[in-house]
Design a protein around this ligand. Structure first.
Ligand code: SF4
Length: 187
């Protein structure tokens, strides 16, 4: 793995190189200072996969979540889960970041920001979100059309093409693969 990704760059990366599922988690965390269980797993493992170190992950989640809770509570109730993701607790498994298949099959509970937005959001919500991101109307139309037919990974690929103004000759299979492809293109 290359050099660690600094957490100071995550806001910028979320705009340029995150797939929508992770951008949604990042934005929600920044806005509400919290993510529920599935969201913390989905996003936490993605961050590990892109190269955020355990120490930086702890700092990132702590800084954000303690805007709404005591540091003590964070350390007692949430730091464990982050160390766990990095294989430092419990069974000490070095957990793999979630694939698209896993994320698409996730059925998040109420208020749990997780899963694949191309599956979870209806056409109106998706269209308005993508338009607010500045995607061109043709691309928005294509993405919404794929998503409404259940082709979530093709919708994601079309989204990637539009954001990066490039062609992607395959669908998206993994959010971390999406990120890596993006970083190659962004140089
Ligand atoms: Fe995330 Fe995969 Fe859905 Fe894209 S297709 S938003 S990478 S789960």
């Amino acid at each position: 793995k290359d050099a660690d990704v600094p957490i100071e760059s995550l806001d910028q990366l979320s705009l340029k190189s995150y797939p929508l599922c992770m951008r949604m988690c990042h934005e929600s965390l920044r806005k509400t200072h919290h993510l529920k269980h599935s969201g913390r797993l989905q996003y936490g493992l993605f961050l590990k996969g892109i190269g955020v170190s355990l120490e930086d992950s702890l700092r990132f989640w702590r800084e954000e979540m303690t805007k709404n809770m005591e540091v003590d509570k964070f350390d007692k109730s949430y730091a464990y889960g982050i160390r766990y993701n990095y294989g430092k607790e419990g069974s000490r498994t070095n957990w793999t970041p979630w694939s698209c298949a896993k994320i698409i099959s996730t059925a998040p509970g109420a208020q749990d920001v997780a899963g694949c937005p191309f599956k979870l959001w209806d056409s109106i919500e998706l269209k308005s979100k993508l338009t607010s991101f500045g995607l061109n109307p043709m691309a928005v139309q294509d993405v919404v059309s794929y998503a409404s037919k259940g082709h979530f990974q093709l919708a994601c690929g079309r989204y990637f093409e539009s954001v990066h103004e490039t062609r992607l000759d395959e669908g998206v299979n993994h959010p971390n693969g999406y990120f890596e492809n993006s970083q190659i293109i962004m140089g």
